[in-house]
Ligand binder design. Sequence first.
Ligand SMILES: [Zn+2]
Length: 60
Amino acid sequence: MEEITYTCRGPRVSEDSAERAGCGLDITELVQAVEVDGETHEIECPRCGNVATVTRTPED
Ligand SMILES: [Zn+2]
């Protein structure tokens, strides 16, 4: 089985900045807890509060 890990990239250091604070927390479990329904879900990093969107599309 293919293992994919997800890491929090941290919040943007300022608005309109491509730079991120680089939290680095392993959020793989949070991503894997998202329903595989093709919808976009938001997950919030418990450490830095950065919100990431995750879409898991069912294969078939
Ligand atoms: Zn974070």
